[in-house]
Design a binder for this molecule. Structure first.
Ligand code: ADP
Ligand code: MG
Length: 234
């Protein structure tokens, strides 16, 4: 099996001695949609950081889309980053740039032609339902719209893997649900989606795979789960 994510016994202790991950083993197949849930401080964000190589594990093996992530030399990290997109709770848009420019920014570095760039940016904005706001600035948009821009930016280079770290953390329930539905639609187009979240209701309603973190370990993994582990069959 060619896994999209193949982590074997990865551990990470931060410099001041906090063990954030303790022998985490996890496999995610291409095309899956998986939630990562667990209390604050349980290691969810740290695990995602390993995947996009913001952090490197102390021990263990880790492959993302076949790439041996810990072994990547600094100069080769862009190859990994082209294979995935990441969205965060706080959107991280460039405030002085329009929607279109924010999304195009990620593509500039890949050396696409102007025409190709414009076409692709419009296409992905369409996909997230923001085609008519391409000239707006982030502060002119609602939180939900800003997260859609952030999603468009993460997807503009058509990565096979999308990572989302509490993407609905700053959004009201209705908007959160819309964003998750959008992630689900993106997943149905073939993109593997891994999303860390606290939004219990949403996880329960989605009936997707749920991976439970606690104290840096995976303590549960349910195929079509809900948020509460003790409601699940053993
Ligand atoms: P979660 O996303 O589940 O809330 P994190 O992965 O952010 O958890 O954090 C896991 C543990 O690592 C926590 O104890 C947190 O305080 C600690 N931690 C996270 N980032 C750092 C860091 N950059 N330096 C030191 N400790 C950190
Ligand atoms: Mg976190």
């Amino acid at each position: 099996m060619d896994w999209m994510i193949d982590a074997e016994e990865v551990s990470l202790t931060y410099p001041k001695g906090v063990q954030a991950l303790d022998r985490v083993t996890l496999k995610v197949a291409p095309g899956e949609f998986a939630f990562i849930v667990g209390p604050t401080g349980s290691g969810k964000s740290t695990f995602l950081k390993l995947l996009y190589r913001e952090e490197v594990p102390d021990t263990g093996r880790l492959k993302v889309d076949g790439i041996d992530v810990p072994a990547l030399r600094r100069g080769h990290v862009p190859f990994l980053r082209r294979r995935l997109g990441v969205v965060f709770q706080d959107f991280r848009l460039l405030p002085q740039r329009t929607v279109e420019e924010n999304v195009a920014f990620a593509l500039h570095v890949t050396g696409a032609t102007r025409r190709r760039l414009r076409t692709r940016v419009q296409e992905v904005l369409q996909e997230v339902g923001l085609a008519d706001r391409s000239r707006a600035y982030p502060h002119e948009l609602s939180g939900g719209e800003q997260q859609r821009v952030s999603l468009a930016r993460a997807l503009v280079h058509q990565p096979p893997l999308l990572l989302a770290d509490e993407p609905t953390g700053n959004l009201d329930p209705t908007t959160s649900w819309e964003i998750v539905q959008l992630l689900s639609a993106i997943n149905e187009q073939g993109t593997t989606v891994v999303m860390a979240t606290h939004a219990q209701d949403m996880v329960d309603r989605m009936h997707r795979r749920v991976i439970f973190f606690e104290n840096g370990q995976i303590v549960g993994d349910v195929k079509e789960g809900g948020y509460l582990r003790d409601t699940q069959p053993a």
